[in-house]
Design a protein around this ligand. Structure first.
Ligand code: C2G
Length: 153
């Protein structure tokens, strides 16, 4: 039984997350996923849309995921690797080289990210969409006021 571990925020879950977790599972029989707590996200300067409970439930609902644990800090990885007898640690290549110190305890693999999708870009599209909606709402309200004034005069 080979165990694999990976970590992430997994906010606004998307196909990039799905592919990363599916590929991570190919390195073993059991996939453990550390999902960042809300407090740890703040520490990482990330403000997730979905709270930890939702993100953890979404990740644990995937058939490739065998166990979800909370990620509270940067330092817990070595303890997790020992506690869960991890053989392979996997991350997307945006973290390339950042966790090489873990090579002392297990295999460390950085996988190519999925291009064209990210939580950050999703958030940007949503706020642009929101701004557009607000703009057209104001335009409609102005038009209605004009009509009301003309009817009133
Ligand atoms: N990912 C990917 N392709 C994308 C987006 C993300 O392969 N288009 C991968 C990332 O490389 C990462 C995982 O999906 O391995 C989760 O990404 P995030 O939720 O952005 O995780 P992050 O906030 O970077 O947290 O201790 C490590 C941190 O918890 C990592």
């Amino acid at each position: 039984m080979r165990s694999v571990i990976t970590y992430g925020t997994f906010d606004l879950f998307h196909v990039g997350h799905v592919k990363l977790l599916s590929r991570a599972k190919e390195f073993g029989d059991k996939l453990i996923v550390g999902v960042s707590s809300n407090e740890f996200n703040n520490l990482k300067g990330k403000n997730s849309i979905f709270p930890y409970e939702h993100r953890a439930e979404i990740v644990s609902s995937l058939k490739v995921v065998d166990q979800v644990i909370p990620e509270h800090n940067w330092e817990q990885k070595i303890d997790d690797i020992k506690r869960y007898n991890v053989d392979t640690f996997v991350m997307g290549h945006d973290w390339e080289g950042k966790f090489d110190e873990l090579k002392e305890f297990c295999d460390v693999v950085y996988l190519p990210r999925t291009n064209g999708v990210s939580t950050t870009s999703l958030k940007k599209s949503l706020s642009a969409w929101n701004a557009q909606m607000e703009e057209s709402l104001h335009a409609s309200l102005d038009a209605l006021r004009l009509i009301a004034n003309q009817l009133g005069s």
